[in-house]
Design a protein around this ligand. Structure first.
Ligand code: NAG
Ligand code: NAG
Ligand code: NAG
Ligand code: NAG
Ligand code: NAG
Length: 286
């Protein structure tokens, strides 16, 4: 299908998990991050996307740290990741790494959520005290019953990020390949070790939300690292360059909490440390 520039096909939730796999059934529907197919219209683009407008537990949200509650019952984020064959994929609306093999799992409340894919948003979707960061990584996990758990990592401008450095060459290659084309290139990464991502987190925020792209499925367990990681400006550019022009700012606007509380897991129950912040940037303006 020759998608108009900046638009693309999606295949419901299966798409998020299977990424442009040749065998995926394709729903001929499109969404974007601006204009007529922008986030304000997602809920009307396809009956399967209705949660995007009618959902009451949507993501992303602003995390007001002094309104979070420490929950002593939360467990450390235990992740047993393992090296697996992976592919770097340009979906047009984001850049993702998809695993063709068992890449391990995340355990939450005794339930096993397998790591399926990871992708980036530039700038960040979640905000902390109203601060929007230059980038956010989502690690998407799914349990056997189909339920989803996403671990998010925010990045601020600083030195190069070691993990992203390991795929920077392929990202640049992807940036060149898509130039002037609507193709979605797949670049094999070979055996990729998700352990390269710094995983240990002493503090994370937990709430129940949704996927931040259509179909905006709810009941997603979010775990957002409180510690903001480093990324260089060149790395953020490398993540943005291959994207469609109206998807380079691929962050969904903030959603209402609607009475939800954001819980905090704190290994030491320390007072929150201040983090380096960048100036707030508005998703809706380019
Ligand atoms: C909605 O999703 C279901 C299940 O994935 C699919 O069979 C159906 O074709 C979708 N409907 C539309 C209008 O795309
Ligand atoms: C929480 O933080 C906000 C903004 O930083 C501030 O205006 C407010 O007074 C704080 N509330 C409490 C209860 O500390
Ligand atoms: C604290 O976390 C536990 C485990 O996730 C959960 O069952 C419980 O509802 C949470 N408590 C509050 C007050 O949110
Ligand atoms: C990774 O995938 C490629 C292509 O599908 C395959 O040729 C290769 O054997 C796989 N490697 C491993 C370690 O499974
Ligand atoms: C959890 O999932 C991982 C990755 O899919 C798998 O290797 C592991 O055997 C599973 N563990 C249990 C207890 O089911």
């Amino acid at each position: 299908m020759a998608a108009p520039h900046g638009l693309f096909s999606v295949v419901s939730l299966a798409f998020l998990l299977a990424a442009a796999s040749a065998t995926s059934p394709v729903i001929h529907e499109v969404f974007s991050y601006s204009g007529a197919k922008g986030p304000g219209s997602w809920g009307h683009l396809n009956p399967n996307f209705s949660a995007c407008s009618s959902g009451t537990h949507q993501s992303p949200v602003n995390i007001v740290t002094n309104q979070t509650v420490v929950n002593m019952s939360l467990s450390p984020l235990i992740r047993g990741y393992r090296p697996a064959n992976a592919t770097l994929i340009n979906n047009g609306f984001n850049i993702g790494i998809f695993f063709q093999q068992d890449a391990g799992a995340l355990g939450i409340e005794g339930k096993n959520y397998s790591l399926k894919q990871m992708h980036w948003h530039t700038p960040s979707e979640h905000r902390i005290n109203g601060i929007q960061y230059p980038a956010e990584l989502h690690l998407l996990h799914q349990a056997e019953d189909g339920s989803l758990a996403v671990v998010a990592v925010l990045y601020n401008y600083d030195k190069r990020n070691g993990f992203i450095s390991t795929i920077e060459k392929q990202l640049r290659e992807m940036g060149k390949e898509t130039c002037g084309r609507d193709q979605e290139p797949h670049i094999p990464l070979g055996v990729f070790d998700p352990k390269n991502i710094k995983r240990h987190t002493r503090r994370y925020y937990r709430y129940l939300g949704s996927t931040t792209t259509p179909p905006c499925t709810e009941q997603v367990i979010w775990s957002i690292h409180a510690k903001v990681r480093k990324i260089s400006k060149a790395q953020v550019e490398a993540l943005r360059t291959p994207l469609y022009s109206d998807c380079k700012n691929n962050c969904r606007p903030l959603q209402k909490l609607n009475g939800r509380h954001i819980e905090l897991y704190d290994e030491h129950s320390d007072a929150p440390k201040s983090e380096d912040h960048v100036r707030n940037r508005d998703c809706s303006t380019r």
